[in-house]
Write a protein that binds this ligand. Structure first.
Ligand code: AMP
Length: 421
Protein backbone atom coordinates (compact mmCIF):
# COMPACT_ATOMS: atom_id res chain seq x y z
CA UNK A 1 0.00 0.00 0.00
CA UNK A 2 1.39 3.42 -0.87
CA UNK A 3 1.33 6.02 1.86
CA UNK A 4 -0.90 8.98 1.12
CA UNK A 5 0.91 12.25 0.77
CA UNK A 6 0.20 14.66 3.60
CA UNK A 7 -0.09 18.08 2.09
CA UNK A 8 1.67 21.08 3.54
CA UNK A 9 1.49 24.73 2.55
CA UNK A 10 4.14 25.34 -0.12
CA UNK A 11 7.59 26.18 1.27
CA UNK A 12 7.83 29.80 2.33
CA UNK A 13 4.06 30.30 2.47
CA UNK A 14 1.83 30.23 5.50
CA UNK A 15 -1.78 30.03 6.54
CA UNK A 16 -3.17 32.96 8.47
CA UNK A 17 -5.16 31.07 11.11
CA UNK A 18 -8.10 32.59 12.99
CA UNK A 19 -5.96 33.30 16.06
CA UNK A 20 -3.57 35.36 13.91
CA UNK A 21 -6.35 37.34 12.22
CA UNK A 22 -6.64 40.03 14.92
CA UNK A 23 -3.10 41.16 14.05
CA UNK A 24 -4.04 41.44 10.40
CA UNK A 25 -7.26 43.35 11.09
CA UNK A 26 -5.36 45.66 13.42
CA UNK A 27 -2.67 46.43 10.83
CA UNK A 28 -5.10 46.78 7.93
CA UNK A 29 -7.18 49.13 10.08
CA UNK A 30 -4.12 51.27 10.86
CA UNK A 31 -3.10 51.24 7.18
CA UNK A 32 -6.46 52.45 5.92
CA UNK A 33 -6.75 55.00 8.72
CA UNK A 34 -3.33 56.50 8.10
CA UNK A 35 -4.11 56.55 4.35
CA UNK A 36 -7.37 58.35 5.02
CA UNK A 37 -5.63 60.95 7.14
CA UNK A 38 -3.07 61.65 4.42
CA UNK A 39 -5.61 61.60 1.59
CA UNK A 40 -4.49 58.36 -0.13
CA UNK A 41 -7.07 56.31 -2.02
CA UNK A 42 -7.07 52.53 -2.21
CA UNK A 43 -6.09 50.75 -5.42
CA UNK A 44 -6.01 46.98 -6.05
CA UNK A 45 -4.12 45.59 -9.01
CA UNK A 46 -4.08 42.00 -10.30
CA UNK A 47 -1.87 39.38 -8.70
CA UNK A 48 0.00 38.85 -11.96
CA UNK A 49 1.17 41.11 -14.77
CA UNK A 50 3.23 40.87 -17.94
CA UNK A 51 6.71 39.74 -16.94
CA UNK A 52 8.28 42.63 -18.83
CA UNK A 53 6.59 45.17 -16.54
CA UNK A 54 8.58 43.89 -13.58
CA UNK A 55 11.84 43.04 -15.31
CA UNK A 56 12.02 46.48 -16.91
CA UNK A 57 11.15 48.29 -13.69
CA UNK A 58 13.28 46.59 -11.09
CA UNK A 59 16.39 46.40 -13.29
CA UNK A 60 17.84 43.42 -15.10
CA UNK A 61 20.64 42.78 -12.60
CA UNK A 62 18.65 43.04 -9.40
CA UNK A 63 18.12 40.00 -7.17
CA UNK A 64 14.37 40.25 -7.70
CA UNK A 65 14.61 39.86 -11.46
CA UNK A 66 17.56 37.47 -11.53
CA UNK A 67 16.54 35.06 -8.81
CA UNK A 68 13.19 35.74 -7.22
CA UNK A 69 10.34 36.09 -9.69
CA UNK A 70 7.59 33.52 -10.04
CA UNK A 71 7.33 33.58 -13.82
CA UNK A 72 5.22 31.27 -15.96
CA UNK A 73 3.74 31.02 -19.42
CA UNK A 74 -0.03 30.87 -19.54
CA UNK A 75 -1.86 28.63 -21.98
CA UNK A 76 -1.77 31.40 -24.58
CA UNK A 77 2.02 31.53 -24.39
CA UNK A 78 2.17 34.90 -22.58
CA UNK A 79 4.89 35.30 -19.99
CA UNK A 80 3.31 36.39 -16.72
CA UNK A 81 4.81 37.03 -13.29
CA UNK A 82 3.27 37.00 -9.82
CA UNK A 83 3.65 40.50 -8.37
CA UNK A 84 7.16 40.63 -6.80
CA UNK A 85 6.57 44.23 -5.67
CA UNK A 86 3.74 46.72 -5.76
CA UNK A 87 5.10 49.86 -7.40
CA UNK A 88 5.30 48.86 -11.11
CA UNK A 89 1.73 47.57 -11.06
CA UNK A 90 0.44 50.84 -9.60
CA UNK A 91 2.44 52.81 -12.20
CA UNK A 92 1.02 50.63 -14.96
CA UNK A 93 -2.50 51.35 -13.67
CA UNK A 94 -1.71 55.07 -13.44
CA UNK A 95 -0.74 55.08 -17.11
CA UNK A 96 -3.44 52.71 -18.33
CA UNK A 97 -6.26 54.71 -16.73
CA UNK A 98 -5.02 58.16 -17.71
CA UNK A 99 -4.42 59.27 -14.14
CA UNK A 100 -1.89 61.77 -15.49
CA UNK A 101 -4.95 63.89 -16.36
CA UNK A 102 -6.03 64.09 -12.72
CA UNK A 103 -4.72 66.79 -10.39
CA UNK A 104 -1.17 65.75 -9.47
CA UNK A 105 0.10 64.13 -7.41
CA UNK A 106 -2.20 61.14 -7.42
CA UNK A 107 -2.07 59.51 -3.99
CA UNK A 108 -2.74 55.78 -3.87
CA UNK A 109 -2.32 52.94 -1.39
CA UNK A 110 -2.60 49.16 -1.55
CA UNK A 111 -2.48 46.06 0.59
CA UNK A 112 -1.36 43.15 -1.51
CA UNK A 113 0.34 39.76 -1.46
CA UNK A 114 3.86 39.84 -2.88
CA UNK A 115 5.65 36.79 -4.29
CA UNK A 116 9.39 36.30 -4.19
CA UNK A 117 11.39 33.12 -4.49
CA UNK A 118 13.41 34.09 -1.40
CA UNK A 119 15.24 31.73 0.95
CA UNK A 120 12.59 31.18 3.64
CA UNK A 121 13.52 32.08 7.21
CA UNK A 122 11.95 34.02 10.09
CA UNK A 123 10.43 37.16 8.59
CA UNK A 124 11.23 36.09 5.01
CA UNK A 125 8.61 34.25 3.00
CA UNK A 126 7.84 33.38 -0.58
CA UNK A 127 4.43 34.97 -0.26
CA UNK A 128 4.20 37.96 2.03
CA UNK A 129 1.94 41.00 2.24
CA UNK A 130 2.77 44.64 1.86
CA UNK A 131 0.97 47.83 2.69
CA UNK A 132 2.27 50.37 0.22
CA UNK A 133 1.59 53.95 -0.78
CA UNK A 134 2.56 55.86 -3.91
CA UNK A 135 2.35 59.60 -4.64
CA UNK A 136 2.71 60.03 -8.38
CA UNK A 137 3.16 63.19 -10.44
CA UNK A 138 5.11 65.63 -8.29
CA UNK A 139 8.82 66.06 -7.56
CA UNK A 140 8.57 68.49 -4.65
CA UNK A 141 10.59 67.26 -1.64
CA UNK A 142 7.64 68.20 0.55
CA UNK A 143 6.00 65.09 -0.91
CA UNK A 144 8.99 62.96 0.14
CA UNK A 145 8.48 64.29 3.65
CA UNK A 146 4.76 63.49 3.44
CA UNK A 147 5.33 59.87 2.42
CA UNK A 148 8.03 59.36 5.04
CA UNK A 149 5.81 60.96 7.69
CA UNK A 150 2.96 58.68 6.66
CA UNK A 151 5.18 55.59 7.03
CA UNK A 152 6.53 56.82 10.36
CA UNK A 153 3.07 57.68 11.62
CA UNK A 154 1.82 54.21 10.58
CA UNK A 155 4.45 52.34 12.64
CA UNK A 156 3.94 54.66 15.58
CA UNK A 157 0.14 54.22 15.63
CA UNK A 158 0.68 50.48 15.62
CA UNK A 159 2.68 50.84 18.83
CA UNK A 160 6.13 50.14 17.36
CA UNK A 161 8.37 52.65 19.07
CA UNK A 162 11.79 51.05 18.93
CA UNK A 163 12.39 51.94 15.32
CA UNK A 164 14.78 54.11 13.37
CA UNK A 165 14.45 55.95 10.09
CA UNK A 166 17.44 55.61 7.78
CA UNK A 167 17.77 58.16 5.02
CA UNK A 168 19.97 58.67 1.98
CA UNK A 169 19.93 60.25 -1.45
CA UNK A 170 21.12 58.29 -4.46
CA UNK A 171 20.91 61.19 -6.89
CA UNK A 172 19.62 61.29 -10.44
CA UNK A 173 20.62 60.46 -14.01
CA UNK A 174 22.84 63.55 -14.08
CA UNK A 175 25.01 62.82 -11.04
CA UNK A 176 24.81 59.01 -10.88
CA UNK A 177 27.54 58.22 -13.44
CA UNK A 178 30.06 60.42 -11.61
CA UNK A 179 29.27 58.78 -8.30
CA UNK A 180 29.38 55.25 -9.72
CA UNK A 181 32.77 55.98 -11.24
CA UNK A 182 34.08 57.18 -7.87
CA UNK A 183 32.65 54.07 -6.23
CA UNK A 184 34.16 51.72 -8.82
CA UNK A 185 37.54 53.46 -8.42
CA UNK A 186 37.43 52.96 -4.69
CA UNK A 187 36.37 49.31 -4.90
CA UNK A 188 38.97 48.45 -7.56
CA UNK A 189 41.60 48.34 -4.80
CA UNK A 190 39.60 45.77 -2.85
CA UNK A 191 38.50 43.29 -5.54
CA UNK A 192 40.36 40.38 -3.98
CA UNK A 193 38.61 40.85 -0.63
CA UNK A 194 35.08 41.11 -2.04
CA UNK A 195 32.56 38.26 -1.90
CA UNK A 196 31.73 36.64 -5.28
CA UNK A 197 28.38 38.48 -5.47
CA UNK A 198 30.11 41.80 -4.95
CA UNK A 199 32.63 41.05 -7.68
CA UNK A 200 29.67 40.72 -10.05
CA UNK A 201 28.11 43.87 -8.60
CA UNK A 202 31.30 45.77 -9.32
CA UNK A 203 30.69 45.01 -13.01
CA UNK A 204 26.91 45.18 -13.22
CA UNK A 205 25.32 46.91 -10.24
CA UNK A 206 27.93 49.06 -8.52
CA UNK A 207 25.53 50.83 -6.16
CA UNK A 208 24.51 47.57 -4.51
CA UNK A 209 28.09 47.02 -3.32
CA UNK A 210 27.21 49.34 -0.48
CA UNK A 211 24.52 47.19 1.07
CA UNK A 212 26.17 43.76 0.91
CA UNK A 213 25.54 41.94 4.19
CA UNK A 214 28.91 40.08 4.27
CA UNK A 215 31.03 41.44 7.16
CA UNK A 216 34.18 41.83 5.02
CA UNK A 217 32.27 43.75 2.34
CA UNK A 218 30.54 45.87 4.98
CA UNK A 219 33.89 46.92 6.34
CA UNK A 220 35.03 48.01 2.90
CA UNK A 221 31.73 49.86 2.31
CA UNK A 222 32.17 51.85 5.48
CA UNK A 223 34.91 54.04 4.02
CA UNK A 224 33.47 54.13 0.48
CA UNK A 225 32.77 57.52 -1.15
CA UNK A 226 29.44 58.94 -0.02
CA UNK A 227 26.77 59.91 -2.49
CA UNK A 228 25.99 62.98 -0.37
CA UNK A 229 29.36 64.34 -1.51
CA UNK A 230 28.57 63.71 -5.19
CA UNK A 231 25.01 65.02 -5.56
CA UNK A 232 24.41 67.52 -8.34
CA UNK A 233 23.15 70.93 -7.15
CA UNK A 234 19.48 70.09 -7.85
CA UNK A 235 19.66 66.76 -5.96
CA UNK A 236 21.59 68.39 -3.16
CA UNK A 237 18.92 71.07 -2.78
CA UNK A 238 16.19 68.43 -2.84
CA UNK A 239 17.91 66.42 -0.11
CA UNK A 240 18.55 69.50 2.03
CA UNK A 241 14.90 70.59 1.78
CA UNK A 242 13.67 67.10 2.68
CA UNK A 243 15.81 67.09 5.81
CA UNK A 244 14.49 70.52 6.74
CA UNK A 245 10.88 69.30 6.36
CA UNK A 246 11.52 66.18 8.42
CA UNK A 247 13.03 68.27 11.19
CA UNK A 248 10.06 70.59 10.98
CA UNK A 249 7.75 67.59 11.45
CA UNK A 250 9.82 66.32 14.35
CA UNK A 251 10.64 63.04 12.61
CA UNK A 252 14.05 61.79 13.70
CA UNK A 253 16.25 60.32 10.97
CA UNK A 254 19.75 58.93 10.58
CA UNK A 255 21.72 59.67 7.44
CA UNK A 256 23.00 56.33 6.16
CA UNK A 257 25.32 56.56 3.19
CA UNK A 258 25.17 52.80 2.68
CA UNK A 259 21.40 52.72 2.17
CA UNK A 260 20.72 52.12 -1.55
CA UNK A 261 17.68 49.75 -1.66
CA UNK A 262 17.38 46.70 -3.87
CA UNK A 263 15.77 48.08 -7.01
CA UNK A 264 17.30 50.04 -9.86
CA UNK A 265 14.54 52.56 -10.36
CA UNK A 266 15.14 54.61 -7.23
CA UNK A 267 16.33 58.19 -7.62
CA UNK A 268 17.17 60.82 -5.00
CA UNK A 269 15.44 59.95 -1.73
CA UNK A 270 15.69 56.42 -0.34
CA UNK A 271 14.65 55.47 3.18
CA UNK A 272 14.06 52.49 5.41
CA UNK A 273 12.36 51.98 8.73
CA UNK A 274 14.29 49.45 10.80
CA UNK A 275 13.84 47.90 14.22
CA UNK A 276 16.47 49.55 16.45
CA UNK A 277 17.94 46.22 17.58
CA UNK A 278 18.31 44.24 14.39
CA UNK A 279 18.74 47.13 11.94
CA UNK A 280 18.91 46.38 8.21
CA UNK A 281 18.67 42.59 8.66
CA UNK A 282 14.97 42.83 9.31
CA UNK A 283 13.80 46.05 7.75
CA UNK A 284 10.18 46.83 8.50
CA UNK A 285 9.62 48.86 5.37
CA UNK A 286 11.13 51.28 3.00
CA UNK A 287 10.77 53.29 -0.12
CA UNK A 288 12.01 56.14 -2.15
CA UNK A 289 11.67 58.33 -5.18
CA UNK A 290 11.41 56.85 -8.64
CA UNK A 291 11.37 59.88 -10.89
CA UNK A 292 12.20 58.03 -14.13
CA UNK A 293 10.08 54.89 -13.80
CA UNK A 294 6.83 56.11 -15.35
CA UNK A 295 8.75 57.42 -18.33
CA UNK A 296 10.54 54.08 -18.70
CA UNK A 297 7.15 52.41 -18.75
CA UNK A 298 6.09 54.59 -21.67
CA UNK A 299 4.60 57.63 -19.92
CA UNK A 300 5.65 61.27 -19.90
CA UNK A 301 8.37 62.26 -17.43
CA UNK A 302 6.51 61.88 -14.11
CA UNK A 303 8.27 62.13 -10.76
CA UNK A 304 6.93 59.93 -7.98
CA UNK A 305 7.68 58.54 -4.54
CA UNK A 306 6.39 55.60 -2.52
CA UNK A 307 6.98 53.20 0.32
CA UNK A 308 6.02 49.67 1.28
CA UNK A 309 5.76 47.99 4.65
CA UNK A 310 5.97 44.22 5.17
CA UNK A 311 3.01 43.08 7.24
CA UNK A 312 4.48 39.79 8.57
CA UNK A 313 7.55 41.65 9.85
CA UNK A 314 5.28 44.11 11.62
CA UNK A 315 3.47 41.23 13.32
CA UNK A 316 6.78 39.71 14.46
CA UNK A 317 7.74 43.05 15.95
CA UNK A 318 4.36 43.66 17.56
CA UNK A 319 4.67 40.29 19.29
CA UNK A 320 8.23 40.99 20.34
CA UNK A 321 7.21 44.37 21.75
CA UNK A 322 4.26 42.78 23.55
CA UNK A 323 1.71 45.04 21.85
CA UNK A 324 -1.73 43.60 22.42
CA UNK A 325 -4.23 43.87 19.61
CA UNK A 326 -7.99 43.98 19.99
CA UNK A 327 -9.55 40.52 19.83
CA UNK A 328 -12.77 40.17 17.83
CA UNK A 329 -15.81 39.63 20.08
CA UNK A 330 -17.01 36.04 20.52
CA UNK A 331 -20.48 35.27 19.14
CA UNK A 332 -23.07 36.63 21.59
CA UNK A 333 -25.04 33.47 22.11
CA UNK A 334 -24.75 29.71 21.76
CA UNK A 335 -28.01 27.85 21.21
CA UNK A 336 -28.09 24.42 22.84
CA UNK A 337 -30.94 22.08 21.96
CA UNK A 338 -32.14 18.72 23.21
CA UNK A 339 -34.42 16.70 20.91
CA UNK A 340 -35.53 17.05 17.32
CA UNK A 341 -38.37 19.53 17.96
CA UNK A 342 -35.99 21.70 19.98
CA UNK A 343 -33.51 21.67 17.13
CA UNK A 344 -36.17 23.03 14.77
CA UNK A 345 -36.95 25.76 17.29
CA UNK A 346 -33.24 26.49 17.73
CA UNK A 347 -32.78 26.82 13.98
CA UNK A 348 -35.66 29.30 13.79
CA UNK A 349 -34.38 31.26 16.79
CA UNK A 350 -30.85 31.51 15.35
CA UNK A 351 -32.29 32.94 12.13
CA UNK A 352 -34.35 35.51 14.07
CA UNK A 353 -31.41 36.55 16.21
CA UNK A 354 -29.14 37.03 13.20
CA UNK A 355 -31.81 39.09 11.49
CA UNK A 356 -31.88 41.29 14.59
CA UNK A 357 -28.09 41.70 14.29
CA UNK A 358 -27.20 39.33 17.14
CA UNK A 359 -24.42 36.82 16.40
CA UNK A 360 -25.60 33.31 17.20
CA UNK A 361 -24.04 29.87 16.92
CA UNK A 362 -26.41 26.92 17.03
CA UNK A 363 -25.37 23.45 18.14
CA UNK A 364 -24.92 20.83 15.44
CA UNK A 365 -24.65 17.09 15.82
CA UNK A 366 -26.19 15.04 18.59
CA UNK A 367 -24.27 16.08 21.64
CA UNK A 368 -25.26 15.99 25.31
CA UNK A 369 -26.28 19.24 26.93
CA UNK A 370 -23.05 19.18 28.92
CA UNK A 371 -20.99 18.88 25.72
CA UNK A 372 -22.97 21.68 24.10
CA UNK A 373 -22.38 24.02 27.05
CA UNK A 374 -18.71 23.11 27.02
CA UNK A 375 -18.61 24.27 23.42
CA UNK A 376 -20.31 27.54 24.41
CA UNK A 377 -17.62 27.96 27.05
CA UNK A 378 -14.77 27.40 24.67
CA UNK A 379 -16.27 29.81 22.14
CA UNK A 380 -16.52 32.36 24.94
CA UNK A 381 -20.12 33.33 24.19
CA UNK A 382 -21.47 35.49 27.02
CA UNK A 383 -24.87 33.77 26.77
CA UNK A 384 -26.30 30.35 26.02
CA UNK A 385 -29.90 29.58 25.17
CA UNK A 386 -31.12 26.12 26.12
CA UNK A 387 -34.17 24.60 24.47
CA UNK A 388 -35.48 21.19 25.57
CA UNK A 389 -38.77 19.37 25.07
CA UNK A 390 -40.51 21.28 27.94
CA UNK A 391 -39.43 24.62 26.47
CA UNK A 392 -40.71 23.65 23.03
CA UNK A 393 -44.12 22.84 24.52
CA UNK A 394 -44.22 26.10 26.51
CA UNK A 395 -42.82 28.26 23.71
CA UNK A 396 -39.98 29.35 25.99
CA UNK A 397 -36.24 28.97 26.31
CA UNK A 398 -33.71 29.09 29.13
CA UNK A 399 -31.31 32.02 28.87
CA UNK A 400 -28.05 31.38 30.67
CA UNK A 401 -25.56 34.07 31.59
CA UNK A 402 -22.33 32.12 31.21
CA UNK A 403 -20.09 34.27 33.42
CA UNK A 404 -22.59 34.64 36.28
CA UNK A 405 -23.83 31.03 35.87
CA UNK A 406 -27.41 32.26 36.38
CA UNK A 407 -30.36 31.40 34.22
CA UNK A 408 -33.98 32.35 33.64
CA UNK A 409 -36.86 31.14 31.51
CA UNK A 410 -38.19 33.50 28.85
CA UNK A 411 -40.74 33.39 26.00
CA UNK A 412 -38.84 32.61 22.76
CA UNK A 413 -40.15 35.78 21.13
CA UNK A 414 -38.43 37.95 23.72
CA UNK A 415 -34.93 36.67 23.08
CA UNK A 416 -33.94 38.91 20.14
CA UNK A 417 -34.72 42.00 22.21
CA UNK A 418 -33.03 40.68 25.34
CA UNK A 419 -29.88 39.68 23.48
CA UNK A 420 -29.60 42.83 21.32
CA UNK A 421 -26.38 44.67 22.12
P1 AMP B 1 10.92 45.81 -0.50
O1 AMP B 1 9.90 45.83 -1.58
O2 AMP B 1 11.98 44.77 -0.69
O3 AMP B 1 11.44 47.14 -0.13
O4 AMP B 1 10.14 45.28 0.78
C1 AMP B 1 9.33 46.10 1.57
C2 AMP B 1 9.15 45.43 2.90
O5 AMP B 1 8.46 44.18 2.72
C3 AMP B 1 10.45 45.04 3.56
O6 AMP B 1 10.95 46.09 4.31
C4 AMP B 1 10.04 43.90 4.43
O7 AMP B 1 9.44 44.37 5.61
C5 AMP B 1 8.98 43.22 3.61
N1 AMP B 1 9.52 42.07 2.86
C6 AMP B 1 10.28 42.08 1.75
N2 AMP B 1 10.55 40.84 1.32
C7 AMP B 1 9.94 40.00 2.20
C8 AMP B 1 9.83 38.59 2.31
N3 AMP B 1 10.40 37.77 1.44
N4 AMP B 1 9.10 38.08 3.34
C9 AMP B 1 8.51 38.89 4.23
N5 AMP B 1 8.58 40.22 4.18
C10 AMP B 1 9.29 40.79 3.18
Amino acid sequence: MTREKSYQAARGTQDILPEEQPYWRYIEGAASEVSRRYGYQRIDTPLFEDTALFSRSAGEYTDIVQKEMYTFDDRGGNSLTLKPEGTPAVCRAYLQHGMANLPQPVRLYYISPIFRYDRPQAGRYRQHYQFGAEAIGEGDPILDAEVIAMAWHFYKTLGLNDITLQLNSIGCRACRPGYLAALADYYAAYTARLCPDCRTRLEKNTLRLLDCKQPACQEIAQAAPRYADHLCPACDEHFTSLQKYLKLLGIPFQLNHRLVRGLDYYTRTVFEVQPREEGGQSTLGGGGRYDDLIEELGGKPTPAIGFAAGIERIILNLKKAGVSVPAPPAPRVFIACLGEAARDEGLRLAARLREAGVSAVAAAGNKSLKAQLRQANSLGTPFAVIIGEDEVKAGTAVLRDMAAATQESLPLGELPRRLAV
